[in-house]
Design a protein around this ligand. Sequence first.
Ligand SMILES: NC(=O)c1ccc[n+]([C@@H]2O[C@H](COP(=O)([O-])OP(=O)(O)OC[C@H]3O[C@@H](n4cnc5c(N)ncnc54)[C@H](O)[C@@H]3O)[C@@H](O)[C@H]2O)c1
Ligand SMILES: O=C(O)CC[C@@H](O)C(=O)O
Length: 530
Amino acid sequence: MPKVLISDKLSPAAVQIFKDRGIDVDFQPDLGKDKDKLAEVIGQYDGLAIRSATKVTEKILENADNLKVIGRAGIGVDNVDREAASKKGVIVMNTPFGNMITTAEHAIAMMFAVARQIPEASASTHAGKWEKSKFMGVELTGKTLGVIGAGNIGGIVCDRARGLKMKVVAYDPFLSQEKADKMGVAKVELEELLKRADFITLHVPLTDQTRNILSRENLEKTKKGVRIINCARGGLVDEEALADLLKSGHVAGAAFDVFAEEPAKENPLFGLPNVVCTPHLGAATTEAQENVALQVADQMSDYLLTGAVTNALNMPSVTAEEAKVMGPWIKLSEHLGSFIGQMTDEPIKAINILYDGVVSEMNLAALNCAVIAGIMKRANPDVNMVSAPVIAAERGIQISTTNQEQSGVFEGYVKVTVVTSKFERSIAGTVFSDGKPRFIQIKGINIDAEIGQHMLYTTNEDVPGIIGTLGATMGENNVNIANFTLGRSAIKGEAIALLYVDDPVPAAVLDKLQSTGLFQQVKTLEFDVA
Ligand SMILES: NC(=O)c1ccc[n+]([C@@H]2O[C@H](COP(=O)([O-])OP(=O)(O)OC[C@H]3O[C@@H](n4cnc5c(N)ncnc54)[C@H](O)[C@@H]3O)[C@@H](O)[C@H]2O)c1
Ligand SMILES: O=C(O)CC[C@@H](O)C(=O)O
């Protein structure tokens, strides 16, 4: 039974889902804050469900020998070392939609709060003062809202702001003109947004491109009296520069939910007038927390129990239905990769994968991962479909794919070709109606080989006596043959044999075959047929 650790304060709904799905779950909501303890226990778990308090560092991952999936109940995964997770073969998934409405509403609430100085007016009223003239606000109607990042949350903010009769301008290099028109927003460059906006709200992830996007220089380009809202990530705005501009009166107000350092105990913005701050509450509603907890528990359970992949950031998605239909093709792809990997001692420069017929309509991204994993396992048996593409990219291996309509007698097949500086090698395979993968072509020679755990591959010139020699040598050495497949390029041309045997062929038997002088190549192969 797979075992999952919940190391942050997730809604109890998640615990119930895991239990209902037959997963053993440990709910330890404060463990995420104790990195030493987490590193000590993580090795026991197949899954880790988190919010933002748990930091999944390279060091934690080093100890996570059984971990298969990390599920973030939320959107931002900046608390997970994704690169280290990918290299370790651990899927990282998030719940991109569960808290988007709640967070967008928080941004709108922050905009109202800063426009009307509600927190300060409330504190003053609580204190028995009646300072009516002190808290003069501004209307939102007719004002221009500048939205930086018009994705899921930014898109909802645009929609709500239009409902408030604001003019909306959006800066997002990935927003198409068509989508902007549909949303009723003006797509602008950042410079123009800075010049035009009365309010600016940020909804981008923190990346190398967005870090400090509101730098001192950019803040100085804003309209005098602008108000700035950040409910996305700390680090997007130069907080020192913003504090200076608030003090000088250039910026009229700011509303921040996220800070460069969190938990924020000290910050240049703290204590300044008309700065509204909340402690990263963007996603903190009952509805959103329930949504993300249910989603993350379902997604993680699906993966651990069926292999279905949803909302993964380091692996193509595979639905439960696809996982079922594609299972044998994924296995075949891994075997094809494994054959090539075991046969190739040279550094690989490129991998070309051809998908023909029925398989060309499947989820090719997942099949590619399986081929690459099969190839890479030769060098590192711990490689899986998540880590293999990362390792291949690190090694500069070019991956290309072609898909074509059914071209021959098979309903579909996969052909893998690797290119090294010395040669090209290819192998093709298919899945028969019994759901069993078969090799159907090696080096352009047609065969029909069942795939077993232990196999022997030989190449030779097509002359009489080869079958007898192979059979007799195996028999004399007590190696039982389960299946024997032959193929040749032409009469007296190049010939190959694939033997599926019950036990690994001992090295002494390989030497004996080599010493006959009949074979160009004699090679044992192992396949993970489980
Ligand atoms: N405060 C909170 O509690 C809270 C809750 C949820 C999400 N968030 C954060 O909100 C942010 C946005 O989340 P989302 O779900 O809308 O993400 P999203 O991926 O749907 O949208 C992000 C948008 O940013 C755009 N973008 C990327 N790079 C850009 C750049 N250099 N300049 C301009 N635009 C760029 C993308 O094209 C995309 O449209 C994330 O950082 C997320 O972590 C915060
Ligand atoms: O879990 C939270 O409270 C914050 C979540 C938020 O930052 C997110 O990126 O989804």
